[in-house]
Write a protein that binds this ligand. Structure first.
Ligand code: GDP
Ligand code: MG
Length: 425
């Protein structure tokens, strides 16, 4: 926008077009936060994938001094095979920009003989985070909010080549109503190119037939230019937007992403730097080669081109939906507006009137520590109050004694006056 003076033909820039640069500076200074959940049966390569994805400088978060040693341990190492929800925090740093990443590893999901409702832990965790954020927003002091709302869920599909299992369908369906779901075919190096194409097609068909809402990059004309301050010409802008659109289309077409994970680098002997890959007797399969897998596409979607879309849709779509349903449920209270079927389907969150304990042992520890702190504080206050009460009693006794003393003195003086008067007479 620009203003035009009455006597001038040329529009004058008053500076408001500089707002994007101001935003850029603020965000650069503040850094960002990204909460990524990985979900799927154990052994599908989730941990390996996460380690492959964040191969840049990882800094363990320095925890407050009062944090217990067990929770420190939980945050320190890389993700281990778990039977419960496990959160790893780290800070990614690139060109002086810091991104706080919380990786939420899911329980030994689908490992049991009876996997009925085994996705509830995951769903509860996502709902819990929305619930916790909503409660924090309602507090009078809400300067620092603890935000673990899940921005993206990577759902790892076993590379069977057949299709999705009922467990996959049910879980993906439930997740997709609460968070940005991104289906991923794990260990895709175990499938041939043709098998992979057929497998992808089958998965897409099931996703469509079952109405599973997966995250798709928006196809708007966005400028992906690295340098916001640059004065690129209109032509450059149009080209950038078209390239961004093209890139988004490629990402959409590649879904579900076929990925390969590896933390080992191999020298291919072609003079280039060593590449991340997996070595087989017949050659090396490269993680970052678009002909071998979709790793680069997925990394681009998660970190380069659509990170903000993931964060914004979590806030504007998923969190808002949760908030609306929760408030509506609260309004109606016991006479529920939703049918039991909806709740069983997982399409809407069941009412949670009371604060629930999270499944994360870290939170349980924190809750126990908080309860202890609260009890100690109450005890200390009670002790202080009792002391104060005792002081008041002592003071009253002292004042009574003083009063008695003064009264005695007055009495004595009165008697003296009386005797003097008697003598006079
Ligand atoms: N073939 C193949 N194996 C993989 C891949 N990613 C991980 N693995 C192997 O699969 C096993 C389990 O991996 P892990 O990351 O611990 O799985 P998680 O239980 O899902 O976290 C390990 O032996 C990995 O080396 C992959 O892309 N392809
Ligand atoms: Mg693991």
């Amino acid at each position: 926008m620009s203003t035009t003076a009455v006597h001038q033909q040329q529009p004058i820039d008053i500076g408001i077009s500089n707002l994007p640069n101001q935003c850029y500076k603020i965000v650069s200074k503040r850094g960002g936060q990204f909460n990524l959940m990985v979900c799927g049966e154990s052994g599908l390569g989730k941990t390996t994938f996460v380690n492959t994805l964040f191969q840049t400088t990882l800094k363990p978060v320095s925890l407050p001094a009062n944090t217990t040693e067990t929770s420190r341990m939980q945050h320190r190492g890389s993700i281990k095979k778990t039977t419960e929800i496990n959160i790893t925090r780290c800070i990614l740093e690139e060109k002086n920009f810091e991104l706080k990443v919380n990786v939420i590893d899911t329980p030994g999901f689908g490992d049991n003989v009876n996997n009925n409702k085994c996705w509830n832990t995951i769903i509860d965790f996502i709902d819990d985070q929305h619930d916790s954020f909503m409660r924090q927003e309602q507090q009078p002091f809400r300067k620092t909010k603890f935000d673990l709302r899940v921005h993206a869920v990577l759902y790892f599909i076993k590379p069977t080549g057949h299709g999705l299992k009922p467990l996959d369908v049910a879980t993906m369906k439930s997740i997709s109503t609460r968070a940005n779901l991104i289906p991923v075919i794990s260990k895709s190096d175990t499938l041939t190119k043709e098998e992979l194409n057929v497998f992808k097609l089958r998965i897409r068909q099931v996703i469509e037939a079952q109405n599973i809402r997966i995250f798709t990059p928006p196809l708007y004309n966005s400028n992906t230019s690295d340098d916001l301050g640059s004065t690129s010409s209109n032509n450059d802008d149009i080209e950038d937007s078209q390239a961004a659109m093209e890139h988004s289309k490629q990402l959409i077409e590649a879904m579900p992403f076929a990925v390969i994970g590896s933390e080992t680098r191999y020298d291919l002997g072609n003079g280039n730097t060593a590449v991340l890959g997996r070595q087989y007797p017949w050659g090396v399969v490269e993680v970052e080669n678009d002909d071998h897998c979709d790793f680069r596409k997925l990394r681009s979607l998660l970190l380069r081109t659509n990170l903000l879309d993931l964060i914004l849709t979590t806030e504007e779509v998923h969190y808002e939906t949760y908030r609306k349903l929760r408030l509506e449920n609260a309004d109606v209270n016991s006479s529920s507006t939703s049918s039991d079927k909806d709740i069983v389907d997982g399409s809407i969150p069941p009412p949670i009137p009371a604060r629930k304990l999270s499944h994360n042992p870290k939170f349980k520890e924190e809750e126990i520590a908080l309860k202890k702190y609260f009890t100690d504080q109450v005890k200390a206050e009670e002790q202080r109050f009792r002391q104060w009460e005792q002081n008041i009693v002592n003071e009253r006794i002292r004042l009574n004694n003083d009063l008695e003393e003064v009264q005695n003195k007055v009495k004595k003086l009165e008697e003296q006056i009386k005797t003097m008067q008697m003598k006079k007479i």
